[in-house]
Design a protein around this ligand. Structure first.
Ligand code: BEZ
Length: 397
C-alpha cells in the first residue's frame, strides 16, 4: 500500500512536471541567461613607448564596468590580458591567443594602428566582436569596415584635418611635418596636408623616422634650416615627451611654432613640464571640458587611480560604455550578435568628450577641439571642427 502511495506520488509529480513543461512549451522559454562570465580580452601595450596609454585605457574601461555593477548585460566579467608591445609582427599570434586559447567573447584593443590592423583582420576572420579604444588607422572603419568591429576613439586623419584648417586660417604659409613612419603618422600628416594646402598653405617637407625611434636631433637641425612658418607632428606617449623636450632644448620653441595632433601633449604634461607651455594641438578631448559627465568621470578616475585621466582613459571608458549598451540590449546573450551590433550602432553615448555617436563605419562623430597647454592642462580654446565625421571611404555596411 505504502509503495503504491509512493508510486502515485511519483506519477503525480511527473504529471505536474510534464504539465509545467507543456505550459512552458506553449508560452515559450523564459529568457535564458547564457551561463558563466563574459570573457573580455584586453590586448594593449603595457611595455614600451605606449605603455602608459595601455594602462590608462585598461583602468578607465574597468572603472566604467565597476560603475555598472561589475557586469555586462547582467553577467559577471572575466578579464584576459595580453601585452601587445605595440609590435605588429606579434599581433596575429597575440589576438589568436585571446580568441582561440582563452575563448574571449569580446576583444578590446589596441593603441598602435599597425597592431590594430592585424587585430581587425583576425577579428574579421573569426567573427569576434572587436572594440578599438585608440588606434586610429583610417582603413579599419573605411574600406575594411566590418559589422563586428567598432571604434570609440578617432581616425588618424581627423586631428590633422582639424589642425591644417586652423593653421590655414591663421595664415601660415609654409609647414614642415614630422612623424613616426607608420599608418598613424602618415594619415595624421595626410589630413593636415589636405586642409592646410586647400586653405592656401604649402607643406614644404615631410620628414619621418621609424617607430618607435626617438633620435630627433638631425630632424631638428633640418627644421631649423628650412625655417617653415609652422611644424606639424604626430607623436604620442614616451616619444611625445622626448620630442617636445628636444624641440625646446634646440631652442626651436622660441622661433618656429610647433603644433600637433593632441597626443603630443595628452598624458604627457607632467613629464614635459615647462617645455610644453603654450603648445597648440587638436583633439576630440580637453581636460576642462565643461560637461557633467566629464566632471564626474575625472573625479571618479582620480579617486580610483590617484592620477588625472587623459584622452586614452576617455576612449577606454567609452569602449566599456558602448559594450554596456550592446550587452544590455541582449541581456548578456552574446549569441544574439545581430541585435547586439544593432544596439551598438544606434548607441548615443554620454562621453566625457561630449555627445558621442558612431558613423556607418562604426567610427566616432565628435567635435575636434583646439587646445592650448596651460600649466598641467590641455585647455580647450575653441572648436576646430564641429561634429567631424569621416567620409565612407568605401565602407560597405
Ligand atoms: C595609433 O597608432 O593609431 C596611435 C597611437 C598613439 C596615439 C594615437 C594614435
Amino acid at each position: 500500500m505504502k509503495q503504491t502511495l509512493k508510486h502515485l506520488r511519483r506519477v503525480g509529480a511527473i504529471t505536474a512536471a510534464a504539465a509545467a513543461a507543456g505550459l512552458l512549451l506553449l508560452s515559450g522559454p523564459a529568457p535564458a541567461q547564457q551561463p558563466g562570465k563574459i570573457k573580455i580580452g584586453l590586448m594593449l601595450p603595457y611595455t614600451g613607448t605606449f605603455a602608459a596609454l595601455g594602462t590608462s585605457i585598461t583602468n578607465a574601461f574597468k572603472l566604467a564596468i565597476e560603475e555598472n555593477g561589475g557586469k555586462l548585460g547582467g553577467r559577471e566579467i572575466e578579464y584576459f590580458t595580453v601585452d601587445d608591445e605595440s609590435d605588429p609582427a606579434k599581433a596575429p599570434e597575440n589576438a589568436n591567443k585571446l580568441i582561440k586559447r582563452d575563448q574571449v567573447d569580446v576583444l578590446v584593443g589596441t593603441v598602435h594602428s599597425g597592431v590594430a590592423l592585424a587585430m581587425a583582420k583576425v577579428a574579421r576572420d573569426t567573427n569576434t566582436l572587436l572594440v578599438i579604444p585608440n588606434a586610429g588607422a583610417d582603413e579599419i572603419t573605411g574600406p575594411l569596415c566590418a559589422a563586428n568591429v567598432f571604434r570609440t576613439s578617432f581616425s588618424n586623419s581627423q586631428m590633422g584635418i582639424a589642425m591644417g584648417k586652423v593653421m590655414a586660417e591663421q595664415k601660415k604659409k609654409t609647414a614642415v611635418t614630422l612623424t613616426w613612419k607608420y599608418a598613424a603618422g602618415d594619415e595624421s600628416v595626410g589630413g593636415f596636408k589636405e586642409t592646410f594646402e586647400a586653405g592656401g598653405g604649402k607643406v614644404i617637407k615631410e620628414l619621418s623616422l621609424p617607430f618607435p625611434q626617438v633620435e630627433f636631433q638631425s630632424y631638428l637641425t633640418e627644421i631649423a634650416a628650412l625655417k617653415p612658418d609652422v611644424v606639424y607632428v604626430f607623436f604620442a606617449g614616451g616619444g611625445a615627451v622626448k620630442f617636445v623636450k628636444d624641440y625646446a632644448a634646440a631652442g626651436l620653441n622660441k622661433t618656429i611654432p610647433l603644433v600637433g595632433a593632441g597626443f603630443l601633449t595628452d598624458g604627457t604634461l607632467e613629464a614635459q613640464g615647462d617645455t610644453a607651455q603654450g603648445l597648440l594641438t587638436t583633439l576630440h578631448y580637453g581636460d576642462g571640458l565643461d560637461n557633467p559627465k566629464n566632471k564626474a568621470f575625472r573625479a571618479a578616475f582620480a579617486k580610483a587611480y590617484k592620477v588625472e585621466p587623459d584622452v586614452y582613459a576617455v576612449q577606454g571608458y567609452d569602449a566599456a560604455q558602448l559594450l554596456i549598451v550592446g550587452m544590455n540590449a541582449v541581456k548578456g546573450d552574446t549569441t544574439k550578435r545581430a541585435e547586439l551590433v544593432k544596439a551598438m550602432e544606434a548607441a548615443k553615448l554620454d562621453s566625457p568628450r561630449g555627445p558621442l555617436a558612431l558613423n556607418k563605419g562604426h567610427n566616432p562623430i565628435h567635435n575636434i577641439y583646439l587646445r592650448k597647454v596651460e600649466g598641467k592642462e590641455n585647455k580647450v580654446v575653441g572648436i576646430a571642427v564641429k561634429d567631424l565625421t569621416d567620409p565612407p571611404r568605401g565602407c560597405k555596411l
